[in-house]
Design a protein around this ligand. Structure first.
Ligand code: MOS
Length: 696
């Protein structure tokens, strides 16, 4: 740890090395599968290979006769669950099949290899019914959900959009599409389930140990005090581990049946493409109207997306369009197609990410129609207040990000005409887009602080570090809150045996947990003073922030991208990206920079590579592995220039910080798409921009 020169009270803002770095690089930080439990068994799932219908017959006799097979569990012998209201989690409770890949059983054996082999020789026959897995905007069965994710209204209407659009001097009406995408954290979804005397312990790869506990306890009819969830280290999540999925229930069900032996279940990479959620595909119609000066008079964003028949997931795709730019009139709508598909779920910036791709690509097209530079066009439509709430912003520095990015990137030399810059066989172009993400804040977190003697403090909160740097950032926050050095803080997270914490999602962790740490530290000093005795302890809950009634709180950013398109093959290379962010105070520049690099790299994957291709005849993702579902590797990523501007925001939380886990992906795919257009003159409106779409 590079703490030697740190001044007490100044831990926030220091580029502290990751506290968990040495354990991680030496392989001693236990991830879920690696926890030592006595005599574990290994689970391999049975997954439906029809899309819809019923399990007719299961012949497991050959599997059950294999040495080392302990249990074949199916709907015929599975324990009944106490609560089956969540249809994604209520597995093995009937013979019904609602999507391809749904769990219809599992083998539990002495080794993983035996379990996998046994699963392959089990014969399952089905009564198959017709199915429907294809999303189209012209379906006649699209429906209007009551609300969209986050509890937001499904549709909004400001002013008279129809009138303003029809009378606009400049108009755009285009449709953009984003595909199904799958989260692929390096650590797959994993559960180790241990039953002891009716108590359940789960070593789980999750973004929210307490959320898993709250969800799992009623399903097994347990008082929450009988469930413990342990997750000290988590190898990525991106939202897919924000809620428990059926794999957690499957492992716990099987372990209950073989009581006395723990059961380990880690998904294979291919299984990651079947039932741990995915980014719903979207079809987004954007209409923009502007006056002769390029001021927006009308914005409409109409979204069609899919959900599962067994459980509604209504992504808030048009949410950022409700506040991003000033306009005379505005309409946003969301419509869903309920299909025979797995349940969609969160994937880094659900809502903002796909929605801002469409809006920011449309803004680029509209700037050209208005004869304005796309940076100037955005600045011209900067709002004075937040249109969603009518409140002023606690801080909004989008314009500063656009200006600083343009300066760093060298934007002023840009020829507005597309397809005129050529270097050998490469067509070269540049593009820009804006970013935004709300300052997430979730209620309920609690923190316990205890003096351990020798000037040391235990700080306990059941938060999760999913690779973002939470171990380090919360240690820095604790040090400043208590006005001591980071070296005397013993942070404890990742376990439901320590106080409740909200989930690591919605970029809300640091605001929610950090505010609570500040509150607990204040209470601790008030009760025990500056020189406490060993054992002195305080527990406090997250304080209200009354400023949330007075200000709209969002982070902002801007990207500038250079794209090169091979004139013959359509290959796209991105040699450099600049990201400028206005996100309040940075807790740790080192881990923060990694968050921005990760978000922008994921945006690069979204723009150019990522697409889960479903075969409509069989309902499965065909390219379900890293050979065919490409995520960016080092060879795809060029120079990443990442900076943040000075932003003092006294209203957001005691740290003055805004969440940074998701903003890096929001709009970055649009900046790339806009640069590809500028390079090639071809406007691809359905992601990803693969070479076939550019070779015309
Ligand atoms: Mo994030 S998709 O809220 O984990």
């Amino acid at each position: 740890m590079s703490t030697a020169t740190r001044v007490p009270g100044r831990a926030i803002g220091a580029p502290l090395d990751r506290i968990d770095g040495p354990q991680k690089v030496t392989g001693t930080a236990p991830y879920a599968y690696e926890h030592h439990v006595g005599y574990p068994l290994y689970l391999y799932p049975l997954q439906s290979d029809i899309v819809r219908g019923r399990v007719a017959q299961i012949d497991a006799s050959a599997a059950e006769a294999l040495p080392g097979v302990i249990l074949v569990i199916t709907h015929e012998n599975a324990p009944r669950l106490a609560d089956t209201s969540d249809k994604e989690l209520a597995i093995l409770q009937s013979d019904e099949v609602a999507f391809r890949g749904q769990y219809v059983g599992a083998v539990v054996a002495e080794t993983f290899e035996i379990a996998r082999h046994a699963a392959q020789i089990i014969k399952i026959s089905y009564d198959e019914k017709a199915h429907d897995v294809a999303l189209r905007a012209d379906r006649d069965d699209l429906y209007t959900p009551d609300r969209v994710s986050g509890g937001f209204p499904t549709d909004t209407e400001e002013g008279d959009f129809d009138e303003a659009f029809s009378s606009a001097a400049v108009k755009l009406d285009e449709t953009y599409a984003t595909p199904m995408e799958h989260n692929n954290p390096m650590e797959p979804h994993t559960t180790v389930a241990v039953w002891e005397g009716g108590d359940l312990t789960l070593y789980e790869s999750t973004q929210g140990p307490h959320r898993v506990k709250a969800k799992v306890a009623p399903i097994f009819g347990l008082d929450p005090s009988r469930v413990r969830v342990v997750a000290p280290y988590v190898g990525g999540g991106f939202g897919s581990k924000g809620l428990p999925h059926a794999n957690t229930i499957l492992a716990a069900l099987a372990a209950r049946k073989v009581e006395g032996r723990p059961v380990k279940f880690a998904l294979t990479r291919q299984q990651m493409f079947s039932c741990v959620g995915y980014r719903t595909p979207t079809i987004q119609r954007i209409r923009l109207g502007a006056d002769e000066d390029g001021r927006l008079t009308a914005i409409s964003h109409e979204v069609v997306e899919q959900t599962a028949k067994i459980k509604e997931f209504a992504e808030q795709t048009a949410i950022a369009t409700r506040m991003m730019y000033a306009t005379g009139s505005r309409r946003t709508t969301h419509r869903l197609a309920a299909l025979d598909v797995p349940v969609p779920s969160w994937m880094r910036a659900p809502g903002e990410c796909p929605g801002m791709y469409a809006l920011e690509a449309a803004m680029d097209e509209m700037a050209i129609k208005c004869n304005l530079d796309p940076v100037e066009f955005r600045i011209r439509n900067e709002p004075e207040i937040d249109a969603l709430t009518g409140l002023p912003y606690s801080s909004r520095n989008l314009v500063a990000c656009l200006r600083e990015g343009a300066r760093r990137f060298g934007w002023e030399d840009r020829d507005p005409i597309p397809c005129v810059w050529r270097e050998g066989r490469w067509l070269v172009g540049t593009g820009v887009a804006s970013a935004t993400y709300p300052v997430g804040r979730q209620p309920g977190s609690r923190v316990r602080i205890r003096c351990e003697g020798d000037g040391r403090y235990a700080v306990e909160i059941g938060a999760a570090d999913i690779g973002t740097g939470t171990w380090t950032a919360l240690t820095q926050i604790s040090a400043d809150a208590l006005d001591v050095g980071v070296e005397v803080i013993d942070l404890k997270i990742g376990d439901t045996n320590v106080p409740f914490a909200s989930v690591a999602g919605n970029s809300s962790g640091i605001t929610s947990w950090g505010s609570t740490i500040f509150e607990a530290a204040r209470a601790f000093r008030e009760q025990h003073g500056q020189d406490p005795s060993e054992g002195d302890e305080v527990e406090a809950g997250m304080p209200e922030n009354p400023e949330t009634d007075n200000y709209a709180m969002h982070a902002f950013g801007a990207y500038f991208v250079e794209a090169r398109v091979d004139a013959d093959t359509g290959e796209v290379r991105i040699p450099r990206m600049t990201g400028v962010f206005a996100v309040g105070n940075i807790i740790n520049p080192k881990t923060a920079r990694s968050q921005f690099i990760g978000g922008m790299t994921m945006g690069l994957g979204m723009a150019l590579h990522e697409e889960s291709l479903v075969d409509p005849r069989f309902g499965h993702v065909v390219n379900h592995d890293f050979a065919e579902y490409h995520i960016p590797t080092n060879a795809d990523v060029g120079e990443m220039d990442i900076v943040w501007i000075e932003e003092e925001d006294p209203y957001v939380n005691p740290m003055g910080s805004k969440g940074i886990g998701e903003i890096g992906i929001v709009g970055s795919s649009a900046a790339i798409a806009n640069a590809v257009y500028h390079a090639s003159g071809i406007r691809v409106r359905d992601l990803p921009i693969t070479p076939d779409k550019l070779v015309q």
